[in-house]
Structure formats: C-alpha cells, structure tokens
Design a protein around this ligand. Sequence first.
Ligand code: UT7
Length: 335
Amino acid sequence: MQAENKKINATITAVGMYVPDKILDNKYFESIVDTTDEWIVSRTGIKERRIIENGASSDMAAFAIKDLLSTTNIKPEEIDVIIVATVTPDMFFPATACLVQEKIGAKNAWGFDLSAACSGFLFALQTGAALIQSGAYKKVIVVGSDKMSSITDYTDRNNCILFGDAASAVLLEPTSDLRYGIKDSLLFCDGSGKDVLHMKAGGSLYPATKETVEKRWHYIYQEGKTVFKAAVKGMADVSYEIMKKNGLKPEDVAYLVPHQANLRIIDATAERMGISRDKVMINIDKYGNTTAATIPLCLTEYYRNGKVKKGDNLILAAFGAGYTWGSIYLTWSID
Ligand code: UT7
C-alpha cells in the first residue's frame, strides 16, 4: 500500500564507507600459507585486503553511516530504520542493528539484521525499498558490514586469501520522480547450497563445544570449485534476465555492480550481459571479498571518483552462501 495511492520509488540519496587501515597483501599470505602472489592474482584478482584490529561489525557499520551522514544535512535522529546485512554480527543477540543504532545516536530508529551472506546487501536493499514504497518510512539506512577476519581460518590456503573486512552504507529515501531509484529486482535462495559454503557451528544445530572448536567448525567452510561454477551461472543468468525483463540493451547500462568474490566470476557475468570491462565496477584488488559490503563499497568509491552520474542505469548482482543470489536494476539519482 502506498501513501495516498501515489506511486513512489525508493532511491539512494547518500553513500558512505569504512575500510580499516591495516592491509594484508599477498606477500603476507606467502609467509603464512603455501601460496604465491601470482596464484592469488591470477585465480581471484585480489592483491590486498583490509583487517580491523580493534572493533567489530557494528563499529565498522557505525563508521560507514557516520561517513554517509557527514555528506548530508540529515541528523541521526531523523533515521527511521537501520538494516544491517551481515554474517558476522557482533553477537547472536542483540542484533547488530541495535548496537549500530546506539553508536550513531539514531534514537528514533528501529532496525534488524539480515543474513544472506554475499547477497546480503541486495536482499537488504530490496527490503529497505519496500519499506519506503509502503509510504510508512522516509529514511532507511541499508548497511553491509562484515568482519570476515573473525571467521576466517588463516591456516586454510583455499579460503584465507579471499576475505577482508569493511562496511558500506546507503540511505534510501522516497522519490516521486519515477525516472530514478530502484526499479526491479530478481532475488533467489536455494538451501541445497548449504553443504558447500557455510560456517557449521555456533548455532542451534551445533552449539559451541570443545569438539566444534577442534574440528574448526567456527570458520568459513567453502568448496571453492563447486561454488565457483554455481556463482558463474547464478550471477550471469540473473543479470542477463533482469536486463531482458526490463528491455535493457548493453548500451543502456552504465555499470554492472557485481559482488566482488572473484574477478573471473565478474568477467563471466559481464560477458553474458554483453558489457565491456570498463563498464564494470571493480575494487576486489584492494579489498578482497568483504561479503555484504562489496557492492555499496563499489558504489561509494565510483560515485566519489565522479564515475557515476545522475541518470545512470546500474545492474547490481551477487551470489553467495545459501545459496543466495540476485540482481537489482536501479537508476542513479545523486548529482
Ligand atoms: O562470495 C561467496 C561465493 N564465493 C565465491 O564466489 C568463491 C568461488 N570460488 C572461487 O573463487 C575459486 O574456486 C577459488 C579462488 C576459491 C579457487 O580457485 P580455483 O581456480 O577454483 O582453484 P581450485 O580450488 O580448483 O584449486 C586449484 C589448485 C588446487 O591444487 P591441485 O589440487 O590442482 O593440486 C588447490 O589446492 O590450486 C590449489 N590452491 C592454491 N594454490 C596456491 C588452492 N588455494 C591455493 C592458494 N595458493 N591459496
């Protein structure tokens, strides 16, 4: 139900980001596991990732939101809702959104966490957009924040080279100018992917015990090759589908904004869409896979570098644990 039956879109009106100072480069990984800079760059595209030394996902989310607010005249108490996409909440409860609410002083907001791994930002963005379109809320913060270093096994060369820590946020507000904002989404989940990408213990299925710790079940488990194949198909198909559904040709799309898990998955998606590399947002080389933060981090950096313009059509796309995957089509509205 929309306010006064007047159609409105939800649109991104501000962006912000936080990346920790500490850098782990590929040389560092050469010193802790059996790997090489050449292997990591050629198989993943990653050169560096950031690690937070003091603090948790709520701290990074709060820094990103403060960065966002500093670009606006909006006060924290004007925020209606905070949605935190994360698989690394500070703790099971209270929700990270509550901790963020306190840290930024959003005293009139409610909020919740959303768990959809690497698709978390897309799922949260669609949820936030629906809250705006309902007419009930005017200012919704969607933040992706993941401290992947807290669940990464730094003795597992298959996975430890992939992940980094970061947070990034967007503000959603209503617009009655329907040329702009979030226009369509295709989102999916399929629990049959649970066996090949998960963190097994610490939940109600396998509460923490000495045994779960010894079996390293509190770390990310990933069968890379299987996930890789599913990700290439999932992300490429859904990005192509959303273009087709909305009658978009490659020349109508200013940027593909892909989840940053592997440069080869990104390239395969762009190829399927018929989009050249210069129209793909990429920062995996600097940050690795920061799970829910990758897509807003790309949006923030490219916008601040003057590369995204008002009126640009963007296709956001992600694939991750669950499986979860999807794409969102939006038209950028910030000058
Ligand atoms: O964001 C959530 C979704 N996740 C993803 O999208 C990640 C999907 N998967 C991937 O990105 C890739 O599968 C990886 C980057 C994880 C691995 O790349 P790959 O080309 O699929 O390599 P592989 O797993 O087939 O391994 C190839 C070889 C293996 O050696 P053998 O069995 O051929 O002798 C691995 O043991 O590379 C070896 N290997 C490494 N070698 C050097 C695995 N990790 C490393 C390493 N350094 N860090």
